[in-house]
Design a protein around this ligand. Structure first.
Ligand code: FAD
Length: 574
């Protein structure tokens, strides 16, 4: 019997531990196994991944590659610089591949891409094996057990999960790997389309362009940021499976923290160390297996017995939110990340109803999202120059480090949408897509819908004040002092409302509260001059009333797609 020649395609699973797909590949007892990562133009050119996420990805790839080499000195993670839809048909043939194995991905674009790759494999006579491993339960199976509907609460998820049975225990990492076979790139006689290349004879091997699949050194190596033409990343957070497992060990060692974890009690203003696990970027890239995390925590919870916290606030409860959003997206499809075409997302006319009569709730203004005022609010929010120190500190941390605490995300998302600016959640989600290390299309869109009260959560009257909310967590304003250094020396009583500081206090603190933060001269840093910090972009209390009235009008006008009234989850009383 001919032995299997297997391509293992790494995508959302940059790890060796607990990988059902990798196990399936090794169960074929392959003669050769090529560990592959394809540079997909979709991510390179279309996804809005910021530099920090690129760096985190490269960290994960380098770590994985080193781990592969430890198991087989001839092997590593081979980077192929071409779209999988076009490169696979070529290498299937040139390398004599019998099987293609990968972890299932239920995100919108990957579903489309994988369907194309599967079709190409079929044509080439290559067998495709896929396994679920990115979520606790297979998202499509959850949807089936939820009567074909999206999971709009963690209760629905858990009920559907029960029907599928217990969450699988993690599988150990392999102790050895087969070596890779030859990787010839002499398919220059064919165009990427698969059609014969009429000019083949005139071309030399080198100038066909195909060699670039293997990178500038021709060795399928992982690029550096420099080679990619990117400036350095600014995040202090480093990626990789080795690091993820070490962090998890550290968390599990603190049994009390792990067993008693309650999300609403963790501080969004705590840093070094942060109050939650900060494992999300590792989960995003699959450097940490979700089941590994779940069972490490659940075993501690079981050992702890009755005193342990329980879902949805507990640590395992957090993982249910993740699965809930994945399954909601799996059911709704590509429209999940937008309002249009998404029947489960309420439609809110996100204009600027800055002239809504709070008594009648009727908008008398003619403002629109494109009005200069709204656009300026959006730009100021994005760069952390709103004039509200709590919001600005969070947005600056997000830009610099790529991660902020969940309640920090709550604060800035509520502020941009129904709790301040009344700007479309999709615009905020785009900014998060760019900045987050852990950007997950399902979790990002789902949480933005939650915070904007367009799906999953409907209590729009509960808002985060950028002044009183942070005061509960950080009276002295240390978090603000760190991220908004212009305000470092401001007295405590003005730290969340610097515009109220008398000129003398401003002077003594070496800062002037003035301008809008966007105009030249309002650079915050001062450049040798006196430092400046912008005035608040609006009166928050006034905006709160306006937004409340507008949401009420929108809800009453029944401008919503569905009527799921779900209130479980993380909510903090103001
Ligand atoms: P922990 O509290 O330690 O939780 C452990 C894990 O549970 C997390 O790593 C994460 O995988 C999962 N989790 C926790 N809370 C949630 C949640 N509400 N939804 C989904 N999963 C959750 N999370 C992402 O992973 N990717 C995103 O793109 C993303 N975008 C968000 C956008 C907004 C507007 C908001 C409010 C939240 C978003 N979240 C997102 C959810 C949550 O904020 C992060 O998962 C969490 O802060 C990550 O930090 P942690 O690993 O310390 O979480």
């Amino acid at each position: 019997m001919t032995k299997s020649r297997v391509i293992y395609w790494f995508r959302t699973d940059l790890r060796l531990h607990d990988s059902p797909a990798l196990k399936a590949a090794l169960d074929l007892d392959p003669e050769v196994l090529w560990p592959i990562f394809t540079w997909d133009p979709h991510y390179v050119y279309r996804a809005r991944g910021g530099l920090n996420r690129w760096q985190f990805l490269l960290d994960c790839q380098n770590d994985l590659s080193a781990s592969i080499t430890k198991l087989n000195s001839k092997s590593k993670l081979f980077l192929l610089r071409e779209a999988p839809q076009t490169v696979f048909p070529k290498i299937f043939k040139a390398w004599g591949v019998t099987h293609l194995v990968f972890e299932k991905d239920t995100d919108a674009y990957p579903r489309e891409r994988d369907a194309a790759v599967k079709a190409a494999a079929k044509t080439a006579g290559v067998q495709v094996i896929t396994c679920s491993g990115r979520t606790l339960w297979d998202s499509d199976q959850i949807v089936a057990k939820n009567n074909g509907k999206p999971t709009m609460s963690t209760t629905q998820l858990q009920n559907a999960g029960k029907k599928l049975g217990p969450i699988d225990r993690p599988i150990p990492a392999p102790s050895s790997l087969p070596g890779p076979g030859e990787m010839p790139l002499d398919f220059e006689h064919e165009q990427p389309t698969g059609k014969p290349d009429a000019n083949a004879e005139r071309r030399s091997k080198k100038d066909t362009g195909y060699q670039s699949i293997a990178g500038p050194k021709g060795d399928f190596s992982i690029e550096t940021m420099e080679e990619l033409g990117f400036p350095s990343a600014t995040t202090p957070h480093k990626g990789g499976e080795t690091r993820a497992l070490k962090l998890l060990d550290g968390i599990a060692k603190d049994k009390e923290y792990t067993a008693m974890f309650e999300k609403p009690k963790t501080s969004p203003a705590q840093f070094e160390p942060q109050s939650t696990t900060l494992l999300s970027p590792f989960l995003h890239f699959g450097a940490l297996s979700i089941r590994e995390l779940y069972w490490r925590v659940q075993d501690i919870v079981d050992e702890y017995g009755k005193g342990a916290s329980s879902p949805p606030a507990s640590l395992t409860g957090q993982l249910f939110f993740r699965d809930m959003y994945f399954a909601a997206q799996a059911a709704i499809g590509p429209e999940f990340t937008q309002a249009i075409g998404n029947g489960h997302c309420k439609f809110i006319p996100w204009h600027l109803p800055s002239k809504v009569d709070p008594k009648t709730g009727i908008s008398t203004g003619d403002y629109h999202i494109d009005s200069p005022e709204a656009e300026q609010w959006f730009q100021r929010w994005k760069v952390g120059m709103t004039g509200f120190p709590w919001i600005d500190a969070l947005m600056r941390q997000l830009r610099q480090e790529g991660w902020i605490h969940h309640l920090g995300r709550h604060s800035v998302a509520c502020f941009l949408t129904r709790g301040g600016c009344y700007i479309d959640w999709e615009r905020g989600a785009e900014v998060f897509e760019e900045y987050l290390l852990d950007h997950e299309p399902a979790c990002n869109a789902g949480n933005w819908q939650w915070l904007s009260c367009t799906a999953f959560f409907t209590q729009y009257f509960r808002m985060y004040s950028p002044v009183s909310f942070p005061q509960k967590w950080d009276k002295n304003g240390d978090f603000v002092r760190r991220w908004v250094p212009e305000l470092r020396d401001l007295p405590v009583k003005y730290i969340y409302e610097p515009w109220k500081a008398p000129l003398l206090d401003q002077k003594q603190a070496g800062v002037r509260v003035t301008g809008d933060g966007l105009s030249s001269g309002d650079d915050g840093g001062g450049k040798g001059k006196q430092k400046t910090y912008p005035k608040p972009m609006f009166d928050f209390n006034e905006r709160r009333e306006i937004c409340l009235a507008a949401m009420k009008t929108a809800y009453q006008a029944n401008l919503m797609g569905n009527d799921e009234r779900v209130t479980d989850g993380t909510w903090v009383e103001l």
